[in-house]
Every structure is written in C-alpha cells, then in structure tokens.
Design a binder for this molecule. Structure first.
Ligand code: MSP
Length: 485
C-alpha cells in the first residue's frame, strides 16, 4: 500500500469561499478519492489561515473580535465543503493549539540552524496579499502582484537567512524536476531566484492577531511563515501520523502563491531539518464570463449556489472538465449547462437509461463474452490522474462512454433476443458499472446512484474495473441528470 498526502492552501477567512477556493479543494478531493480507489493510504488536508492584518481588519469592519469573526467564516467553509462532498481527513485551523505548538517548535529548529537574526524591516507591505514588497518590485507605486495600495512600514523584525538557500533550492529542483509543477511554471520561479534571494522578514511588531514569536514575544510571526507550517502541524511533529505521511506528496496551490510554496517553504524545511515534499503543483485561475473575478465587480461565483442550482456533482464535473489543471479557464453558466446537457445527460445519463430500459424487457440470463472492454484503457486513465492530468483522464473516460453508446447503435439490441441479447446487455451493464467506478472521484453521488441502479453493492475500487462475464439484473431509477434550456 502506498501513502498519499495531499494538501490545499489554507484559505483566508476574511470572507466566505468562492469558486476559486472550491476549485482547488474539489481538484484535491478528486485526487484524494482517486488514490483511495487505487487502494492507497490517503491523508487529505485542508483548512483555514486565520491570523494576520487582513483578518483583523475584516473583523474590525464587522465590529467584532477576530476570534468571533473567524469562527463565523470557518463555519461557512465547513458547510461549503460538506455541500461539495469534500472528503478531507482533517481540517486545520491556524487558531488551534496544535498549530501554535508546532509553529513554536519549527521556529526553534530554524533558530538552532543559525538561520534567524534580529534587524529592522523598512519597506512596503501589501495587506490584501499579506506580502512584503521591495522598492524595485513596486509597479506604479502599487503591489506588483494584485495592483492594490501598499503601505510603508518601518519596524524591528526578525529575519530568516533565506538568501543562503539559493544553491540548495537549485539542487532540489535539479534532483527532483517534478517538484516545480507544471513544468511551464518553473521558469518564472527560476528567473526570480536567479535575480537574487533576499532574507525574509518573519515577524511583525504591529500585528497582534498572530502567534507570538517564541524567541521574543513582543513580536508575532509573519502570517505566511506561520501558515506554511500548517502542513506539518496537522500531522503533529514526532507523531506516528507524521512518520507515516510526511513529506507531503502534493501541495496543490493556485499559481499566485507558487513562490511561497516552491521557494520559501522548502528553504524553511531544510533549515528546520525536515524532508521536502515531492511536488508543488500550481494550478491556473478562473475568470468569470471573461473578466477577472472580484468582490468590487460583484461577479464572484458562490459554489453553494451553483451546487443547489445544478447539483454538486455537475459543478465538480464542470470544474475539472472545462480546463486542464495548470491552465487558466473561464466560468460561465452557459458553458456549464452545455456540458451538463451533452456530456452528463445525453451521453452518460442516457447510456445508463437506455441500457436499463432494454434489460427490463429481457428476462434471460445476462451473461456473455466481454468485447466492449477493448476500447477501455484503465492503466492510461490511472496514469493520467496520478500525473494530475485529470482533464485528460475525463477525456479518456468519455471516449469510452461514447464508444458504449456507439456499441448500442451498432448492435441494435432491440432487434436481438435470447443469448445474443444477454451478451450485449452484459457488455453494456458492465460498461456502466466500470464507468460508475471511474467517475466516483469526480462525481461521488452520481457514481453511487449508478451503482444502485446496477444492483452493485461493492464499494468503488479500481481493481474491480475488469469486465465480468455475468451481470446482475438492474433496477430502474430516476434520470441521472436533467437537461437545461
Ligand atoms: N492563506 C493563503 C494561503 C496559505 S497556504 C499556506 C491564501 N489564501 S486565499 O484565501 O487567498 O486562497 C488562495 C487560493 O484560493 C489560491 O491559491 C487558489 O488555490 C484559490 N483561488 C482563489 N482565487 C482563484 C481563482 N480565481 N481561480 C482559481 N483558484 C483561485 O492565499
């Protein structure tokens, strides 16, 4: 049995989740579920990033305390993940004691390596991004990453000797080329690394909503340094879970936080003497109807509303089917309806419906030689999902769905009877059963509904994907998906 540890970023709780947060979490959920049906031992972590200036400002605007404020928003995250059928094994909150303890231990280890010193930070700070910005990085006096206002700060600070890690990081990327994934994003990281690595300010004196710096409690730890450690604090340093799952296999993140995960985080880990994760995968961004999503434009997409309107399975499917993980893509309800109508209702839903309708009119034995499985390549689908090409895997699954529909048209079972009909039906029911397993990680509820109609009581496992010579009698159920205007 292989272990598989996958994480999402921990999200800021200044507001309820939107489609962007849902995307990363659903994609990680698909990967976690896929590894479970392969028989791997999986640990899937998500959670919330609750400290820092941005959160305390949001609390102030809502005339409440940071703690009360974050508790309220965290509830919305948890409810959203329930609606989206997220199967996380743990939910880490940076306001939890277990996190604070692990952070203190981590910082002490970095200090032991001689990597921390006291100095003064003078420069710019972008609160929405919780990021330090150097003079040369400024773009027209604004944050180069998000274009918003920056503030000048000058304060005593502790620093991490990040500048000493350039060669070690380059060696890491050389020895494990898939650490920086997808590979077309590695150039940006390498260019920035080659243009010089500065020491990183890791504490603030003006931010009280944070974890006290263990070496000097007048300071709190810079929110990003503290947040990254969540991936370790959820396991607990020195625990059995830690020995089983660390290092992480995949940190799935959005492209805008790649630098923190691909540069700062491995340097911190080397400094504290921990192993380095296998891969940081930076995925692309969604725009909405062709424009950037933003609160001020009022075009944020609410994943709970989408799930209520179209079902959580259809929403999950669309997110994974519309753009390859890694690329940018555009969300629109029109595009979602089109995919539901053609791929989910007409192609997959109809395949099950017509198969069961034919079976209803036949009372003989449903058995025969497998032949439809020749157009199915499970290993290829597995290889694609394991290399994070979930888009390619869905394409492959749908090729098979289409092939099965073609098989019906070509065999014309309505003209068949006796053994000949039993054989065609067996192939079709087996195709539907295997499809129900393959789509389980993407659309868990639909997979279960299919399995029920197919009288299949086994839990979904990849090892059950080979065609059998006999199929149980199915039970007619409702349509899997309805069509939209
Ligand atoms: N708290 C930090 C992460 C700390 S991880 C140690 C943070 N939080 S966030 O709430 O801003 O979430 C950012 C993440 O949300 C992105 O990295 C991405 O996973 C997801 N997305 C936010 N907007 C997105 C889109 N428009 N499109 C796709 N995903 C995006 O950064």
């Amino acid at each position: 049995m292989q272990k598989f540890y996958i994480t999402t970023p921990i999200y800021y709780v200044n507001d309820k989740p939107h489609i962007g947060h849902a995307y990363t979490t659903v994609a990680a959920d698909v990967l976690a579920r896929w590894h479970r049906i392969r028989g791997d031992s999986v640990f899937f972590l998500t959670g919330t990033d609750e400290h820092g200036e941005k959160i305390s400002e949001a609390a102030r605007k809502n005339s409440t305390t940071p703690k009360e404020f974050v508790d309220g928003v965290v509830k919305k995250y948890i409810e959203t993940w329930e609606t989206l059928q997220i199967s996380n094994d743990d939910f880490i909150r940076t306001s939890q004691d277990r996190h604070e303890k692990a952070v203190a231990e981590f910082i002490k280890r970095m200090d032991k390596s001689g990597d921390i010193y006291k100095g003064e930070y003078e420069g710019w700070y972008c609160t929405p991004d919780e990021t330090f910005v150097t003079e040369t990085q400024l773009k027209d006096g604004k944050c180069p990453f998000c274009g918003r206002e920056v503030r000048r700060i000058k304060e005593e600070s502790y620093f991490f000797r990040l500048s000493g890690y350039r060669d070690k990081l380059l060696e890491l990327y050389r020895s494990n080329p898939s650490f920086l994934s997808p590979d077309f994003r590695s150039e940006e990281i390498l260019n920035r690394l080659n243009s010089g690595l500065k020491d990183l300010s890791i504490t603030r004196t003006a931010v009280s909503w944070g974890i006290p710096f263990p070496l000097d409690t007048k300071h709190t730890i810079y929110v990003w340094v503290e947040a990254l450690i969540n991936y370790i604090s959820a396991l607990g340093i020195g625990t059995e879970k830690f020995s089983e799952f660390w290092p992480a296999d995949i940190h799935l993140v959005g492209k805008e936080i790649n630098w923190f995960h691909s540069v700062i985080w491995p340097a911190m880990l080397i400094s504290a003497g921990f192993d380095i994760p296998d891969m940081v995968f930076a995925h692309g961004w969604w725009t909405i109807d062709g424009t950037k999503m933003s609160k001020s434009l009022g075009n944020t997409v609410d994943p709970v509303e989408m799930s209520r309107k179209y079902s959580s399975d259809a929403f999950r499917y669309f997110l994974l089917r519309e753009m390859p993980l890694g690329q940018d893509g555009d969300f629109s309800e029109r595009a979602m309806k089109a995919r539901i109508n053609s791929e989910l209702a007409s192609e997959m839903g109809n395949l099950l419906y017509r198969t069961i309708s034919i079976a209803e009119k036949y009372d003989g034995k449903i058995s025969g030689q497998p032949e439809l499985d020749k157009s199915l390549n499970i290993q290829e689908i597995d290889r694609k999902v394991c290399s994070l090409d979930t888009f390619g895997a869905l394409e492959e699954i749908w090729r098979f769905v289409k092939e099965a529909n073609r098989y019906v048209n070509q065999k014309e079972p309505w003209h068949l009877e006796g053994e000949a009909l039993g054989e065609v039906l067996c192939n079709l029911l087996e195709a539907c059963r295997v499809i129900s397993i393959l789509i389980y990680p993407f659309m868990p509820s639909t997979s279960m509904k299919m399995a029920e109609q197919l009288s299949c009581t086994e839990k979904p496992e990849l090892k059950n994907c080979s065609f059998r010579r006999e199929a149980p009698r199915p039970k007619k159920g409702g349509l899997l998906f309805k069509k939209y205007e």
